[in-house]
Ligand binder design. Structure first.
Ligand code: PAF
Length: 273
């Protein structure tokens, strides 16, 4: 992969890279299509990264439909799919990790210790191997998108990170590879995440600026669904992820919840006038 991307770079080709863990859905495919429209070559990486899963998380059961993914990636415009083995990425003796500071500490970083170290380490490796001109990530993993942007900026990697909007099902559920785990009943109840975010956004647009009020309403809504266990709700500055008391500027509304055994996250960005 490294030799191939070096050769393509030397030929002056623009390389668009879409890092994924596979189980591709419309959210990934929209990133691939976007990459195809802005680059000469599109590389999709598929790697279920063991370093970013905690010991009690779903690494073993994470879906890995590789041949379906290859078909979908190609149809969406991928030229190369890089799907390395864990031994190729982390050979015996591997002991380096990459960590982004403050942005990794709050929110998902607190709920999933070590998760963003795993993400930052693998993204550094993948970018090193694929030499992108542009890297495409989804807004659905909002904190991750900020961390990847910060990481590549801080390490002076000469590429641009393009954060693309969350793709949703027609009823509002944010697309996620983990949605396949939901039973039909859980799938219906999971809608409370996007609904609570939209209700908070409507309240902000109607003039509410107190984060405590907005969060209380979000929590109440989410707890009204019997199979949904709220893991956290926050309203933070969209650039720094610092919690806000009185809303100003661009804010991110964040939620995380378990629906049955499946952990889902969602967010909305709101410009507070
Ligand atoms: O968002 C994901 O799929 C993963 O966290 C990423 C960025 C591919 C790193 O493993």
């Amino acid at each position: 992969m490294a030799a191939m991307s070096r050769r393509l770079q030397q030929q002056g080709r623009r390389l668009g890279v879409v890092p994924t863990m596979g189980a591709l859905h419309e959210g990934h495919l929209s990133l691939i299509r976007r990459a195809a429209s802005q680059n000469d070559v599109v590389i999709v990486t598929i790697f279920v990264n063991p370093l970013q899963f905690g010991p009690r998380e779903d690494f073993a059961r994470y879906p890995r439909p590789l041949s379906r993914d290859l078909r979908l990636a190609q149809a969406a415009g991928a030229d190369i799919v890089f799907a390395p083995s864990a031994a190729a990425i982390y050979p015996a003796g591997f002991q380096t990790s990459v960590e982004v500071g403050a942005l990794s500490q709050g929110w998902e970083g607190r709920a999933r210790p070590g998760h963003f170290r795993g993400v930052a380490t693998v993204v550094t490796l993948l970018v090193h191997l694929t030499q992108p001109t542009n890297v495409y990530v989804g807004q659905k993993d909002y904190q991750q998108a900020l961390i990847i942007t910060r990481l590549l900026h801080d390490l002076r990697v000469p590429c641009r990170v393009r954060v693309r909007p969350t793709v949703r099902e027609p009823d509002g559920l944010a697309m996620s590879s983990r949605n396949v785990f939901l039973t039909p009943r859980q799938r219906r109840q999971a809608l409370i995440l996007s609904r609570s975010l939209r209700a908070a956004r409507a309240a902000i647009r109607a003039g509410e600026r107190r984060a405590s009020r907005l969060l209380a309403a979000m929590r109440r809504r989410i707890r009204s669904e019997p199979d949904v266990r709220l893991d956290g709700a926050a309203i933070v500055d969209a650039a720094t992820l610092e919690p806000q008391q009185v809303l100003r500027g661009r804010v991110a509304l964040l939620v995380a919840a378990r629906v049955g055994r499946t952990r889902l996250i969602d967010n909305l960005l709101v410009d507070v006038s």
